[in-house]
Design a protein around this ligand. Sequence first.
Ligand code: ZN
Length: 461
Amino acid sequence: MKTKMLAMILCYASYFMMAQTGGGEFQFKSTECLSNDERVSVQKMLKTNKQTLQLEGKLTAKSSLPSSLFIWPIKKSATAPYNEVWSISNYVDHNPNYPNQLLDYNCGNRTYDTNSGYNHAGIDIFTWPFGWYQMDHNQAEVIAAAPGIIIGKSNGNYDRNCNFNNSNWNAVYVQHDDGSVAWYGHLKNNSLTTKNIGQAVAAGEYLGIVGSSGNSTGPHLHFEVYNSSNQLVDPYHGSCNSSSSGAQSWWQVQKNYNNPKINAISTHSQEVSFNNGCGVQESTYFKNSFNSGETVFIYTYLSDIAIGTPVNIQLIRPDQTIAYTTSFNMNVFYSASYWFWSLPASTFNQDGNWKAKVTVGSMTETHHFTYGTLSVSDYHLNNFIIKVLNPVKNHQIQLEYNGKLNQKFTVEIYSMAGRLVNKRKIILQKGNNILPFNASKGSYLMKISSQNFEETFKILN
Ligand SMILES: [Zn+2]
């Protein structure tokens, strides 16, 4: 995996300051996700497991009913501070020739093969932005695309790989009611569902966390499907998917070939670093509360934006006037790209609640941050402020609230592994508020949300 800095010339108008800008492609490299030997040994393992499960009566003979159609197998965790967490690097290669003879279901070449004769047999969905950071914070969950029975699990394998290395992956294998089987590979070590082989999972149920175990260049999910006759399935319907199982889509709602997304807009204290070495967490330098005199780095992280699409950034003052705006058109297609602006302290001529807003074609995302000294009126302007006093004392979380009266909030508390521990609705009183909390010692994340507000706090218990 590597990042490329591309020279970018932006035209910008500004009255009193210059913004430094930059950005470019984030390139997710491909490698053979599973060698032929590994694929054969997985098939063998699954065959043995299925025989055992059938003998135990845990796997009924295949039903004549069609399998449930698939939902998307990646889910953003409740605490992830992004709009979306994924982009696609590769589809199934339908051209049996190699090397570099590529044909995806849509007759494009968004796939790969290798000199050794491997044609990509799955769909690669990588996490973006900050794949390693997402993995370390359990921000991208792999969920069951369809209900079924777990017929295989592999765990215990190293999960921070960056190239082809012939090592085993961590994976979950689920057989659906029609006998088809989905493979979910490259999972984070020890993140797998606690359910055992032979147990049922529902569609959307947690299976693990996106990782980089096995032959992998970075955190991504390899999703591979076989029909009841053990023939490879490409779940996408399209004019170049000529296999018999491709006569119709296996997705409930088939996503478009390209999936344009604003994955995130965020603020940082300095330039982020994507490439800190193999398997090393990126330097994110996330920051949402700036002191007077500080420079603010605004980043937006995009996926699959069509060439020619206008991108606009706006920086909005606490009084809702625009402090800075700039636009450019995407001139190259990237499955992942990032664009940033560093704005000097002189830009921030008001203290209070600022917004960074990005508009890409018809999509818009807004990020809130604060600058300078906050007065009580700043809090009222935006109708909220919540402070959490750590650590938890006498099984009580103390919250300070300085916002609108009679506001209803939903409070969700998660373990650091992303499991929901507690959920309730509350009305916060101005000043001090107390929430009973009886979970075991350790750190937690508490998400507090209402109609127009969402913030996550760390709780030390
Ligand atoms: Zn793959």
